[in-house]
Design a binder for this molecule. Structure first.
Ligand code: 0GY
Length: 296
């Protein structure tokens, strides 16, 4: 693999929106540092180091209180870098692991002890070589108490994902709403299909996140300030206020052009969740229920 990619903004602006005290950035990652946390031999991208110090500095700069760190595909099923970041957070971070589905119960218990509260199943072919649904279902039946499953897929496979999602025995969180085409608008086919998935069971959460990916110029969107994203997503948050959690997606894996300004990403929050009540649910109540339920 060639050069290491720097996928994040060097000096993100201070957002105009001030997150409420206790707000959780519930979708972010760490990359390494590569020494000592090397990347997976199967990684599809090789990022520059973006370790916990950088993540926590960004958290403070943007006005957040906590992080949920999602194990990124470049680290494969070795969760050491994510666990290290959680350990360094003084209790202000928890995580979502990616595991070999053959992991034993002691391995799962150790991840729980290290602050993990869920596992992620990634179905993006550009990120992972295979996604064995039967094995994913088996491991999802023996997760530690209180865990959930995070699923990342794109809108074109939503229909084929439905029986799999229906069979998962714990709550489900869908990354980036299953990547709908937001330029279709709030009533377009992708959003309609996603709403129908949400209607299929009451414990599916979603992340109304990643305007920079879903409303990018290179996919036919308008780019920052991501108006199509705001138009398509605000009604979804309004209709499912108890089922959404939000995150920056820093350090924006794989973004090699149109790198977003994280201050602008935060300024999307009042555009998709315009009231203080919606903001509290999106940024505090819903993520706390999934990641720090003992503090409620
Ligand atoms: C995201 C999105 C992406 C990457 C990963 O684990 C990952 O590498 O999640 C992506 O490339 O779309 O949410 O981080």
């Amino acid at each position: 693999m060639s050069d290491r990619i720097t996928s994040w903004h060097a000096s993100p602006s201070k957002p105009n929106f001030t997150p409420p005290p206790g707000a959780v950035d519930a979708h972010c990652h760490v990359f390494g540092p590569m020494d000592p946390f090397g990347f997976s031999p199967k990684a599809k991208y090789l990022p520059a180091d973006a370790g916990p110090d950088m993540l926590f500095a960004l958290r403070d700069h943007l006005g957040f209180s906590r992080n949920v760190i999602v194990q990124a595909s470049c680290h494969g099923t070795d969760n050491a870098a994510t666990l290290d970041a959680i350990a360094k957070s003084n209790g202000k971070a928890r995580g979502v692991a990616v595991v070999d589905p053959d992991i034993d119960q002691a391995g799962l218990a150790a991840l729980h002890e290290g602050g993990m509260r869920g596992i992620r199943f990634n179905f993006l072919k550009r990120l992972v070589d295979n996604a064995p649904k039967d094995k994913f279902l088996e491991v999802s039946q023996r997760l530690p108490e209180g865990w959930h499953v995070v699923i990342y897929f794109e809108a074109d496979i939503l229909a084929e994902m439905r029986p799999f999602i229906a069979a998962i025995p714990v709550p489900v969180v869908i990354d980036h709403m299953g990547r709908p085409d937001v330029t279709q608008g709030p009533d377009g086919p992708d959003m309609k299909a996603f709403r129908s998935l949400l209607e299929s069971r009451p414990d599916i959460y979603f992340k109304p996140t990643c305007p920079d990916r879903l409303d990018a110029i290179k996919v036919g969107g308008g780019g920052d300030p991501w108006d199509a994203f705001a138009t398509a997503v605000a009604p979804l948050v309004a209709d499912y206020p108890d089922r959404c959690i939000w995150g920056t997606d820093w350090p924006h894996p794989n973004m090699d052009d149109e790198i977003p300004d994280d201050g602008h990403i935060v300024d999307m929050i009042p555009r998709i969740a315009p009231t203080q009540e919606l903001q509290r649910k999106l940024l505090i109540d819903n993520p706390m229920r999934l990641y720090w339920p003992e503090e409620l």
